[in-house]
Write a new protein. Structure first.
Length: 108
């Protein structure tokens, strides 16, 4: 019966010695996954905040101090490019600022 695994204190020490390695490897994997999830959540939150910052055509008209129709004319002339969100035009504030800078350069 020497071929069978015995339940001696020596064999239990070997089993116990293997447990911390397994535990720490599992903990490392879990912590790595948590870190990756947090990074993805931060990226999604930043993107969501950017999406909230997008302006409607009415808001762009208010910022520029012109009518909605004038903004539509500017868009149709491709001097201000919209971002399409679910079939609606939205404008990034940086794009509106760039348009204003380009107009200031043209006027100056």
């Amino acid at each position: 019966m020497s071929d069978q695994t015995s339940d001696t204190p020596e064999s239990r020490k070997e089993d116990r010695a293997g447990l911390p390695v397994w535990f720490f490897l599992t903990a490392w994997i879990v912590l790595t996954l948590i870190r990756a999830i947090r990074q993805e959540n931060e990226r999604l939150l930043e993107r969501h905040q950017q999406m909230e910052a997008l302006l409607s055509i009415e808001e762009v008209a208010d910022v520029l101090g012109v009518s909605k129709r004038t903004v539509e004319d500017i868009v149709s002339s491709e001097r201000l490019k919209p971002i399409w969100v679910k079939g609606q035009r939205r404008f990034h504030p940086d794009a509106v600022d760039a348009y204003l800078r380009s107009q200031a350069q043209n006027d100056g």
